[in-house]
Design a protein around this ligand. Sequence first.
Ligand code: CU
Length: 128
Amino acid sequence: MGTSFSSRIGARFRAFISALAVAAIAVGGAWIGASEVQAAEEHAIEISIKDHKFEPDSLKLPAGKPIKITVKNLDATPEEFESYELGFEKIIAGNSSAIIRLKPLKPGTYMFFGEFHQDSALGHIVVE
Ligand SMILES: [Cu+2]
């Protein structure tokens, strides 16, 4: 008698715990799902500045996707990463990096340059 009572409690307790676990997985799953979608939509690329030149100086990017550009300035002096056509400018201190995020782009060719060394720091982005 005592055994069946405690096993009934035990069964309810186990049901409660498994319901909690299902809820936790559902919440965790939704959260992971959202961040995965965000990461999948954003196209991330990296570009560096060395000897006042961009490496690479030509980038190919997909149209219609948000873009994340990480710019590493490997020179000791600051550079300003700028594009009139894409409407950004950002000063990057020597030996440091910066992130530039762009809204989804239309197909085309867009020029960019390093404003502090415009004779050598030139490049372009082809969006297609
Ligand atoms: Cu500028």
